[in-house]
Design a protein around this ligand. Structure first.
Ligand code: C5P
Length: 335
């Protein structure tokens, strides 16, 4: 009997990975391991990378063709329209795919020997639109989409907890992107509690055109002896916060990494100060920078702000939606 089309095995998936902003980010001094416990309200925004995942033809099993890790790397082939991006396993999208392959192998779910050594099992085409080093979680968003995409493409039917465990090994922002579009993230980023998106549904993103390495920001944070454990442990009244309009909500939002990023990068501090003056509203940094944002209740106002920013500063700015609806080949899933 012919297979119903909706059950036919797909060879290709088109995925859209949305960026995030940290609306609110509280950071504690480092624990014994040097890592900083945090508490953050994160929300996706309408700036997307696009990934196409393609399974190779033929026997699609991830055969243990070669026992070593180098061969696992060779099974994943990444192409990207941004030549400055690494395409090897230092790219988080590749690392995510390798993590899935490694997990399959360690479970010996892949008994067949037929996969040829030198043939990629999986091709990934990445159209990079989320700036690198911008505090918008682009690499993590890509990685999370790859994890969910492979679960579908390879028909793994893994429960979400299994995918969450892999996500947590890839980076502190990755678990959030499995859940999206809005949630409170705690610990090392591995605990994500869904929260309704903020009431203002528009955001202006300011992309200064240079990145700031996350590691350097945390190092400066320690040098400046910043961080407050109590602020990380205390939770605001989220139900009230999600109801606030743009003005009063922006007044409450804090990013504890700002002093460290601004100490490292004084021109970003200047830009933020000038933008706050020109727009007469708070402007916050996302994550460890360099991107800045401010929320709007109304799209026309947001667009007007973009025009004013791009007329006066040599930066990119865009007005886009907060918590956009997912529109890709995984859109029928909860995440
Ligand atoms: O996990 P992620 O890739 O975002 O972290 C990059 C680096 O930033 C980590 O290796 C660590 O040095 C630092 N970091 C930290 N505490 C956090 C998040 C990141 O010390 N909560």
């Amino acid at each position: 009997m012919p297979e119903h089309p909706s059950h036919a095995r797909k060879r290709k998936l088109l995925l859209r990975a949305a960026a995030k902003v940290n609306l609110h980010l509280r950071v504690a001094p480092p624990d014994e391991s040097g890592y900083h416990p945090l508490m953050s309200w994160m929300c996706t925004v309408g700036l997307f990378d696009t990934l196409t995942l393609e399974r190779a033809e033929g026997d699609e099993q991830i055969g243990p063709a070669a026992p070593d890790r180098a061969a696992a790397d060779a099974l994943v082939h990444l192409e990207c329209d941004d030549p400055s991006l690494p395409r090897d396993k230092t790219n988080l999208a590749v690392r995510a795919a390798i993590a899935v392959i490694d997990a399959l192998r360690s479970e010996q779910q892949t008994p067949r020997q037929s996969w040829p050594h030198n043939q990629p099992l999986l091709r990934i085409w990445l159209e990079k639109r989320i700036p690198v080093g911008g505090g918008l979680g682009g690499g993590s968003a890509d990685a999370a989409r790859v994890l969910l995409g492979l679960n579908r493409l390879l028909e793994l039917n893994w429960p979400i907890d299994r995918i969450r465990a892999i996500a947590a090994t890839l980076g502190s922002d990755v678990p959030f992107f499995l859940e999206g579009p809005s949630g409170v993230v705690t610990g090392r980023g591995q605990v994500v509690r869904p929260l309704p998106p903020p009431r203002p549904r528009w955001v202006v993103l300011v992309l200064p055109g240079y990145g700031i390495p996350t590691r350097d920001v945390y190092r400066t944070f320690d040098e400046l002896r910043l961080g407050d454990r109590q602020a990380v442990d205390a939770q605001p009244d989220w139900n009230q916060w999600t109801e606030l309009s743009a003005g009063p909500l922006m007044q409450r939002l804090i990013n504890d990494l700002e002093p460290a990023a601004f100490a490292l990068c004084p021109r970003l501090a200047n830009l933020r100060q000038q933008l706050e003056q020109a727009l007469a509203r708070p402007v916050r940094m996302s994550g460890s920078g360099s991107s800045l944002f401010t929320l709007f209740d109304n799209f026309d106002e947001a667009q007007d702000a973009v025009a004013r920013i791009t007329n006066s500063w040599p930066v990119k700015a865009l007005a886009t939606s907060v918590a956009p609806a997912p529109e890709d080949d995984l859109a029928d899933q909860a995440n």
